[in-house]
Design a protein around this ligand. Structure first.
Ligand SMILES: [Zn+2]
Length: 278
């Protein structure tokens, strides 16, 4: 597909810059993120609702600005797709699908996801993946690694990835690191980290019930019981489970979710496998 080719061309350009430098500097990381973000806003149905965008940006910024990479210009956006997923680009671009927000019950769960994606950026996981893939020469995988979008028309792929060998898959180690970041990141702003394992439980239950909806998340963020147990252990170690006054929910989160529910229906993916999909 031409959009994919175009996208790959951008990535190959980014790769050329990196090859020259070997190490990816923060400036390069940001410019790769920026270029990819431009592609994404051209290709994906990003939510334009100012209330929704402001809400997620404020929550995301609150968390990101107290991390070790507070100097990045963080961006948060919602993708109008009922598929449950979230992804991060190098340089501080975070995307959360509408479907993930719809799966949450409380603000601490969304905060946990943001804390996790922010954690991938802080740990430079995508950049590191790009570098190691450069070594094995799989340029085509770069687009996938950058965005978790893969292997077909970009818009559709982002909405519904799954089942492809080319899927950007964070390693289990990356996931454990990002979970540990998530717990620390939300605690720093006094949000209850219990939202991290709580949402994982919801996603696991959803996978049993309606697997196609959460394919993308599981494909890009390997999740199994051990991660839930690990997140709970981290929370115990942080003694957050003993702390009082941690924020679990906000009345405004109801309004936010209502607003998300009122968004126009997402554009239909080309290849719809499940006629009952909302
Ligand atoms: Zn992840």
């Amino acid at each position: 597909m031409t959009t994919t080719k175009h996208f790959r061309a951008v990535c190959v350009a980014a790769l050329t810059v990196m090859t020259a430098a070997c190490e990816v500097s923060q400036d390069q990381e940001v410019s790769i993120g920026e270029q990819t973000a431009q592609e994404i806003s051209a290709q994906l149905p990003l939510v334009q609702d100012p209330y929704v965008n402001q809400y997620i940006s404020e929550l995301g910024d609150t968390i990101a600005k107290l991390t070790s990479r507070s100097d990045l210009d963080w961006h948060f956006a919602v993708v109008n797709s009922h598929q449950v997923n979230a992804f991060a680009l190098p340089g501080g671009y975070i995307y959360v699908n509408r479907g993930l927000i719809e799966s949450t019950e409380k603000v601490d769960e969304l905060a946990g996801v943001l804390g996790h994606e922010i954690g991938h950026v802080i740990q430079r996981h995508s950049v590191d993946q790009m570098q190691s893939q450069q070594k094995i020469g799989v340029i085509a995988m770069l687009a996938c690694t950058l965005t978790d979008l893969c292997n077909s028309g970009l818009g559709e792929a982002a909405i519904n990835i799954g089942g492809s060998a080319l899927i950007a898959r964070h390693s289990r180690r990356d996931e454990f690191e990002a979970d540990s970041e998530a717990v620390e990141n939300v605690l720093r702003v006094n949000i209850d980290p219990a939202g991290v394992p709580a949402l994982f439980e919801v996603l696991m239950a959803q996978r049993r019930r309606e697997p196609t909806i959460v394919d993308g998340w599981f494909a890009s963020h390997p999740l199994e019981e051990s991660r839930i147990a690990n997140a709970r252990r981290l929370i115990e170690q942080s003694e957050a489970d003993q702390a009082s006054g941690l924020l679990q929910d906000l009345p405004s989160y109801r309004d936010f979710k209502r607003r998300v529910a009122m968004l126009p229906e997402p554009p239909q993916p080309q290849r719809l496998t499940d006629p009952d999909r909302r």
